[in-house]
Design a protein around this ligand. Structure first.
Ligand code: PEP
Ligand code: MN
Length: 337
């Protein structure tokens, strides 16, 4: 950390800052010019992040050179983390495709979609039982009954299942029924929940917050790894911008950036990113080219009658068309389905 003092800061102000740093256990190195003084601060990351020096008299600027995360960084672990869930794999050359409806609606819907997506190469089934809806009057999901239907459909088709955990109080019950626990965009910075998931031994699918920076996503993932759970898959699902034609703006540069910054697998959700079924296939192709380790796509057997996110859901033939040739596209990037 660098502390830049105001021009002509008094000796007293400089000493006060240095004394505070020393008493906190940090080491300091002064660079003193006639006008400007810069204090270099060295210490453990945990210590540096507790030092709030901005409010001290004479301090002009505090520059943190350390990243706010450690365990998720490539500096800490150079080789890719591979998250394995049954036969599904993400990272280290493995490309996984998660497919299924936005929300679990019935046994028939889940069983038919599970069998259909499995037949064309999906490696995991999705389906929300607890839905984070903007309006409290919108369909909120089937809850525990939905979890059971998701599990049954996954087992019948031979697919592991992922579902969203909306509240830390549901952690145990969701973990009992699902193979992967999804943290939705709206909960990306629910730090209590992330800490709880860190203690669990189920992989976590962490979706990027609606307005979260790349560093904030990685910092949230750090909470889970810090708790001891190394199996985190990051998901770029679009961010809020001024654009309204699409539901969100798919930030593919973030995918490439994540691949540089972290060893964790990164997947792309073109469904929530675009909100439009006609844009799903091109964005999937772009995601593969950007270096993604997988996709999560909403597929519904009858999108027109979906209780949630019908306009962005592919029907089964559209998903089959998307998967046709996917292995070759993925192979071009040196990966395998
Ligand atoms: C979802 O995947 O169903 C979902 C609600 O996504 P997000 O949290 O990215 O909005
Ligand atoms: Mn949805």
């Amino acid at each position: 950390m660098l502390i830049v003092m105001r021009d002509h800061a008094s000796l007293q102000e400089i000493e006060h800052v240095v004394d505070h740093l020393h008493s906190a256990g940090a080491e300091t190195h002064l660079s003193q010019g006639e006008v400007k003084t810069v204090i270099g601060v060295i210490g453990e990351r945990e210590l540096i992040y507790t030092l709030d020096m901005e409010g001290f008299a004479g301090v002009a600027e505090v520059i943190r050179v350390l990243k706010p995360y450690k365990l998720v960084g490539r500096d800490f672990q150079a080789e890719d983390t591979v998250v394995r869930v049954g036969s599904a794999e993400f990272g280290g050359g493995a490309f996984g495709v998660i497919a299924g409806p936005c929300s679990v609606e019935s046994s028939e819907q889940m069983r038919s979609v599970a069998a259909s997506v499995k037949a064309v190469g999906a490696s995991m089934l999705r389906g929300g039982a607890y839905k984070p809806r903007t309006s409290p009057y919108a369909f909120q999901g089937m809850g525990l009954d939905g979890l059971k239907l998701l599990r049954e459909a996954g087992d019948a088709a031979g697919l592991p299942v992922v579902t969203e955990i909306l509240d830390v109080r549901d952690a145990e019950v969701v973990a009992e029924w699902a193979d992967v626990l999804q943290v939705g965009a709206r909960n990306m910075q629910n730090f209590m929940m992330l800490e709880e998931l860190g203690k669990m031994r189920k992989p976590v699918l962490l979706k990027r917050g609606l307005s979260a920076t790349i560093e904030e996503v990685l910092s949230s993932a750090e909470y889970v790894l810090k708790g001891g759970n190394r199996d985190v898959i990051l998901c770029e699902r679009g961010i809020r911008t001024f654009e309204t034609y699409t539901r969100n703006t798919l930030d593919l540069a973030a995918v490439a950036a994540f691949k540089v910054l972290t060893h964790l697998p990164v997947i792309v959700d073109p469904s929530h990113a675009t909100g439009r079924r006609d844009l799903i296939a091109p964005m999937c192709r772009a995601a593969v080219a950007a270096g993604a380790d997988g996709l999560i796509v909403e597929v519904h057997p009858d999108p027109e009658h979906a209780k949630c996110d019908g306009p962005q859901s592919l029907d089964v033939p559209m998903f089959a068309a998307l998967m046709d040739g996917m292995d070759a596209r993925v192979a071009l990037e040196g990966k395998h389905l």
